[in-house]
Design a binder for this molecule. Structure first.
Ligand SMILES: Nc1nc2c(ncn2[C@@H]2O[C@H](COP(=O)(O)OP(=O)(O)OP(=O)(O)O)[C@@H](O)[C@H]2O)c(=O)[nH]1
Ligand SMILES: [Mg+2]
Length: 449
């Protein structure tokens, strides 16, 4: 009996030794984050790192079980700029902090997570998460490769003639009708129009590279849409060629190691800004999201698929800045986002890509309070508006569930003030207040831990 017992002990010991000798390889995952300019990328990534390092508000999987684990922020091993987390954090810890300045280009960081194993003879599990942030303006341009210059021109002109865009496009459209087309003037007018779209919170701006050049040459960005009447002119042919050259150069710019092998893609959208800017701006956001999702719905053999689809399993669309609306409006905000995604979700499902959506506030900068507004007790927001010293109370309007009707839009008015960011805690074990960042982080990485 004791001989048998010894045998068993010897066997167990040798098995344990084998385990000790077998290192568990680190699992690596890559997440891409994009969104149009001012959609909230830099603030989101700062909050994400802050939540992951402090761990105080995460409550899922191993995080929820309070198992011992560590999270380290490390440099990303790719030829891109490092995301300046510590710089942003220092600024956010300041009681008079302002939001970060607008950023351009690609940046990234990595988080190394080590989860203590349940048995001492089994190695700890290690997971490396890589995050890459790039402008959504570039993603919006990718579907241009599917259409010829003629078709693109007609499409852009038809969009520019919509009600709310007409006053913004007037100068450019007028220059298209002139007897002698002035090449330089037309390109300049078109670029001015795109700038105006941006400052009026329109989202579908093509080519986005006109606003975020991304290293492309000035030469290929020297075209604009023209009317079909000019098809046989010299300038039309010139623009047509530059359009084709632009597509080639853009695709080359996407052919980089850091655009490949994503496991998941997050697309941030600022629906709040679109809501405030009227029916056409809201519809335009719908178009922009559609365009950003197109590259994910191509067949497996296309060039774009080799970039994006090799590994991608999930796209998460995130409505940001939910702290700009009262808590009781959050479900409607989510519903609006889901309505926009309905048809696209089906398309991507066929490609075996899950599409999820959520709404968040990366940095919750308001509090919900009940207050009287025009004689009615309403859910209001309290926060400090940029440029002011004291906090104030605001009723920002009610978000309806469904908005796809120009008529119903007329009676709606929104007034979303720009609130100052709330201060980040100075303790490394405490993270900044947020809305649903924890559930988004779970949706994103829960299955990998
Ligand atoms: N209230 C509130 N405002 C936010 C939040 N996140 C972003 N913002 C606002 O949105 C603005 C843009 O946020 P950024 O994170 O800089 O956006 P971005 O996508 O990195 O913008 P670019 O660098 O220009 O591409 C900020 O300056 C804030 O005014 C949030 O969680 N709550
Ligand atoms: Mg940024």
């Amino acid at each position: 009996m004791s001989k048998n017992k010894n045998k068993i002990i010897n066997f167990l010991e040798s098995t344990i030794k084998i385990f000790e000798k077998i290192p568990i390889p680190t699992s690596k995952y890559r997440v891409a984050i994009t969104g149009l300019s001012r959609s909230g990328k830099s603030v989101f990534l700062t909050s994400l790192i802050n939540q992951m390092l402090a761990k105080d508000k995460l409550n899922f999987g191993d995080f929820g079980n309070k198992k011992s684990y560590s999270v380290r922020l490390v440099d990303i091993n790719l030829p891109i700029a490092q995301f300046p987390y510590h710089e942003y954090l220092e600024e956010f810890k300041n009681p008079y902090a302002l939001w970060p300045k607008s950023t351009t280009g690609v940046s990234g960081f990595a988080l190394e997570i080590e989860i203590q194993s349940s048995y001492s003879f089994i190695e700890n599990k290690r997971v490396l998460l890589e995050f890459i942030d790039y402008p959504g303006e570039w993603l919006i341009d990718l579907p241009m490769q599917d259409i010829e210059y003629d078709e693109w021109s007609n499409y852009m002109i038809s969009l520019a003639l919509k009600d709310d865009k007409k006053p913004l496009s007037k100068e450019w459209i007028d220059s298209l009708h002139s007897e002698n087309l002035d090449e330089t003037q037309i390109v300049q007018n078109y670029k001015n129009y795109l700038e105006k779209l941006k400052s009026n919170n329109f989202s579908f701006i093509q080519a986005g590279h006109f606003l975020q050049q991304g290293g492309l040459s000035d030469e290929v960005l020297n075209y604009a849409p023209l009317l079909p009447k000019d098809k046989n002119t010299k300038i039309y042919k010139k623009f047509q060629k530059r359009y084709d050259d632009f597509i080639k150069e853009m695709l080359k710019a996407f052919d980089k190691p850091y655009y490949k092998d994503y496991d998941k893609q997050i697309i941030l959208v600022d629906l709040i800004k679109s809501l405030q800017s009227g029916y056409d701006a809201f519809e335009d956001m719908h178009l922009a999201i559609k365009e950003m999702l197109k590259p994910y719905s191509y067949g497996k053999n296309s060039f774009l698929s080799r970039l994006f689809l090799r590994r991608i399993s999930q796209v998460i669309i995130v409505g940001t800045k939910a702290d700009n609306i009262a808590n009781n409006q959050h479900n409607n905000y989510k519903q609006l986002l889901d309505d926009m995604l309905k048809d696209m979700k089906e398309k991507l499902k066929i490609k075996h890509i899950r599409v999820n959506s959520t709404i968040i506030a990366s940095v919750k900068s308001t509090q919900n309070i009940k207050a009287k507004h025009q004689g009615r007790e309403l859910s209001c927001l309290k926060g400090t508006v940029e440029g002011e010293k004291e906090s104030s109370v605001h009723w920002v309007g009610e978000i309806p569930e469904d908005f796809y009707n120009r008529e119903s839009w007329k009676d709606r008015e929104f007034a979303f003030p720009n609130f100052k960011p709330s201060q980040f805690p100075s303790s490394p074990n405490k993270s900044v207040e947020h809305i649903r960042m924890d559930s988004l982080i779970e949706m994103l990485i829960g299955e990998w831990l």
